[in-house]
Design a protein around this ligand. Structure first.
Ligand code: KET
Length: 397
């Protein structure tokens, strides 16, 4: 019956996690998947999240199905977090938000919606991008293309080429953009660059689709929402999928949302209806526990300020690890430049290590990176950073 089924090659990120877990070497270091580990190398449960869960448990509520679009207070809090509490687009009822199964669920539901209502559009994403972006949009039937983004020569954004590419796209093309903490490069657009890009999106009639998976890990919670707010301020119609996996350290709870900013409240109602229909045909409704966590952490003043402090701590620890790795590598290989560790933002650094060097790091030194050369800085701590620097220096030498 199933002989004709093709074997699955495995996911480039999750396969490495399996390999890491199966690795018996005691000093192994996991810098592959985008997960924040604390200074002790543990996956933290944030105090704000623990307290929110205690409140949920105490309330002892029943466990009904949520509506297709998710929990109302969760959706309201997500909107306020993304756009700011008093944004005109929210007051005008122009934003359709659904709670989703992680931001992956949101990305996929939005992609399904776009394929249904813009069937002849193609999708353009940064070169490079998160591997799963391409997979997801191709699975919805889209042709996926890349626009120039990372400039290996400068280690920055190839902004002029990126802008020129977008200027040449047909109207209604879908343009996927990382709102902050670009995965895998850690190289973000500046505010001035967003401000130059927004008129292009508007004038060409492009459909921007923002992925905001690392809010708070770049400059700050509000700061990292700059792109979302700037696009909304400019009156654009666009999508944004946002995640709490990293910012609340709730990976397996699948906390995320999808928002569509629409030209009018009437259009937002139409879009919301079709998003609900898409959800119903896929997984019917999102997880209750996820909604309870997000709504409480964001909506309770005490938990909210505790969470903001915890996000700041994670962000600062990542920065401290960037500085530590930079210092150690600069000491070992004084002739080479490692400034990119300091200038890149978020969990990831794009190291420029080749797939062969990444393989050598894994095989000889038990240090795991993604084969693109992407390193998850949040897997470093003060006990493993020196060993990692030594291993990198050995493969570069
Ligand atoms: N968008 C981006 C840019 C992203 O890096 C991830 C996860 C997601 C969305 C999905 O997050 P969710 O938990 O569905 O809300 N990235 C890490 C884990 C993964 O590959 O799934 C990673 O790149 O390692």
């Amino acid at each position: 019956m199933f002989e004709h089924v093709q074997p699955y090659a495995g996911d480039p990120i999750f396969a490495l996690v399996d390999a890491f877990n199966a690795d018996p070497r005691p000093g192994k270091v996991n810098l592959s998947i985008g997960i924040y580990f604390d200074e002790q190398g543990r996956l933290p449960v944030l105090d704000s999240v623990r307290r929110a869960e205690a409140l949920l448990l105490e309330a002892g509520g029943a466990k009904p199905y949520l509506p297709m679009e998710g929990d109302a207070s969760c959706r309201r809090e997500v909107q306020a977090l993304l756009f700011g509490r008093d944004h005109a687009a929210l007051r005008q009822g122009r934003v359709a938000t659904i709670q989703t199964v992680g931001s992956s669920g949101g990305l996929r539901v939005g992609a399904d919606f776009l394929k249904a209502w813009f069937p002849s559009s193609a999708v353009w994403m940064s070169d490079p991008t998160w591997d799963n972006h391409r997979s997801m949009f191709e699975a919805c039937g889209f042709a996926v293309h890349g626009y120039p983004y990372y400039d290996a020569a400068t280690g920055g954004v190839a902004f002029d080429r990126m802008k020129a590419a977008l200027e040449g796209l047909p109207a209604r093309s879908i343009v996927l953009l990382h709102a902050c903490c670009h995965n895998p490069t850690g190289v973000d657009l500046t505010r001035a660059q967003w401000d130059q890009l927004i008129p292009v999106l508007a004038q060409r009639g492009l459909i921007a689709y923002l992925d905001l998976a690392y809010q708070g890990f770049g400059e700050g919670i509000d700061e990292d929402a700059y792109a979302v707010r700037a696009l909304a301020n400019a009156g654009l119609a666009f999508f944004v999928a946002n995640s709490f996996s990293k910012s609340m350290s709730v990976y397996g709870e699948r906390c995320g949302a999808l928002s569509a900013v629409c030209p009018s409240a009437a259009e937002a109602a139409l879009v919301l209806g079709q998003l609900k229909f898409t959800v119903r045909r896929n997984y019917s409704s999102p997880p209750l526990h996820a909604a309870g966590i997000v709504a409480r952490v964001l909506g309770d003043a005490a938990l909210r300020s505790q969470w903001e402090g915890e996000v700041a701590q994670m962000r600062e620890r990542i920065l401290a690890m960037r500085r530590a790795l930079h210092a150690a590598l600069t000491r070992k290989l004084p002739g080479r430049r490692f400034e990119y560790f300091l200038t890149q933002r978020g969990m990831f650094s794009y190291t420029g290590l080749t797939p062969a060097q990444v393989d050598e790091l894994r095989e000889r030194h038990a240090v795991y990176l993604i084969r693109s050369g992407r390193m998850c800085i949040a897997g470093l701590n003060s006990r493993n950073v020196a060993t990692v620097a030594e291993a990198i220096a050995a493969v570069l030498a």
